[in-house]
Write a protein of this length. Structure first.
Length: 90
C-alpha cells in the first residue's frame, strides 16, 4: 500500500495552540469524545479548551500513533516517569 503525503494548511486566523493538562475521554457506540481541559492550581473547575470527536476507527488509529510517538520520544529523550498514587497517573 502506497503512503500519500499530506500538505497541511494552517490558516492564519485560526488559534491552533491550546495548553491542556487534563483529558477526559468518553465514548458511545459511534464515537469517542476527547475533552482537553486546563486545571489551574487551587481551582477545582477545569476549563475545557478543546473538544475532539472521533469515530472508533480513528480513535484506534490515534491510540496507535500516540503510543508509537511516546516510544520514539522515550528512545530519544529517556523514559517518561509517571507519578504514583496520584489522580493523574491513571
Amino acid at each position: 500500500m502506497e503512503k500519500k503525503e499530506l500538505q497541511l494548511e494552517l490558516p492564519e486566523n485560526i488559534e491552533v495552540t491550546h495548553y491542556s493538562n487534563l483529558v477526559i475521554i468518553s465514548f458511545n457506540e459511534d464515537e469517542f469524545i476527547l475533552d482537553f481541559a486546563r486545571v489551574m492550581p487551587g481551582n477545582r473547575n477545569p476549563r475545557i479548551v478543546s473538544r475532539i470527536v472521533l469515530n472508533p476507527r480513528n480513535a484506534k488509529r490515534l491510540a496507535t500513533l500516540l503510543s508509537s510517538n511516546v516510544s520514539e520520544y522515550e528512545n530519544r529523550f529517556g523514559v517518561i516517569i509517571l507519578p504514583e498514587n496520584k489522580r493523574d497517573a491513571h
